[in-house]
Design a protein around this ligand. Structure first.
Ligand code: ADP
Ligand code: 5GP
Length: 215
């Protein structure tokens, strides 16, 4: 399970993993009420649904976990994970599902679905300020969406600093280096991990405050 602030580079890293090991891992396609971004493919990036359809799935008990993020809803259905694990590798083993979820999702999976035996990896920005630049640089978000995502990022970094919240941390500074560490962790070739960047107290608490005031 990969978790990390929006814009930190999770999709970029995962794209590399799936290119390198197309038959061993599969992406668990979440449901979301947000609109597709340019370059995203419905059914591959996400299942894009209305709020009503999302509510219905909750009522039906379809979700392993679901959360609110930046004014939208996101959730992982049991079916999404099964769709991956019903496929097999060349050796006839089940493919492993890779999930990209936020900190609320991580907490819920830990509480309710520990039997899935996941590895929890936090993808961290090199610094809080670098994340802001990366998120703006992607050019997909409105100023309000950036504000919300930066506020959530401060929350997620605080969660990641809580001892025991993740099995490993990967700092996505240099993409090649970060990918190699992530790959090795997922393959069980390494267990050592990166250190989280130092807290930027003022900037992080201002971002959290802006999130509370605006939402
Ligand atoms: P996420 O899936 O975590 O929201 P993305 O994979 O969409 O993030 O990446 C956000 C932006 O940062 C993209 O424009 C991507 O090209 C860029 N990016 C990803 N990794 C790096 C890196 N190591 N250094 C600089 N920019 C990066
Ligand atoms: P984005 O809109 O940038 O694709 O995703 C916003 C946030 O939602 C990211 O932190 C991402 O990890 C998280 N997310 C995506 N899918 C799920 C999901 O199924 N469950 C939860 N809890 N979070 C998700």
């Amino acid at each position: 399970m990969l978790c990390g602030p929006s814009g930190v580079g999770k999709s970029t890293l995962l794209k590399r993993l799936f290119n390198q090991y197309p038959e061993e891992y599969g992406f668990s396609v979440s449901h979301t009420t947000r609109a597709p971004r340019p370059g995203e493919t419905p059914g591959e990036s996400y299942h894009y649904v209305t709020r009503e359809a999302f509510e219905k799935l909750i009522e039906q008990g379809a979700f392993l976990e679901h959360a609110k993020f930046g004014g939208n809803r996101y959730g992982t259905t049991a079916k999404a994970v099964e769709e991956v694990s019903k496929l097999t590798t060349k050796e006839g083993k089940r493919r492993r599902a890779v999930l990209d979820i936020d900190a609320q999702g991580v907490r819920l999976i830990k509480q309710n679905h520990a039997y899935l035996n996941p590895i929890f990896i936090f993808i961290s920005p090199p610094s809080f300020s670098a994340l802001r630049e990366r998120l703006s640089g992607r050019g997909t978000e409105t100023p309000d969406s950036i504000r919300r995502r930066i506020g959530m990022a401060a929350e997620e970094l605080a969660f990641a600093r809580t001892p025991g919240s993740f099995d490993a941390v990967v700092v996505n500074d240099n993409l090649d280096r970060a990918y190699e560490l992530l790959r090795a962790l997922i393959r069980g070739e390494r267990t050592s991990s990166d250190e989280l960047p130092p807290e930027e107290k003022e900037a992080e608490s201002a971002a959290r405050k802006a999130l509370e005031e605006g939402s």
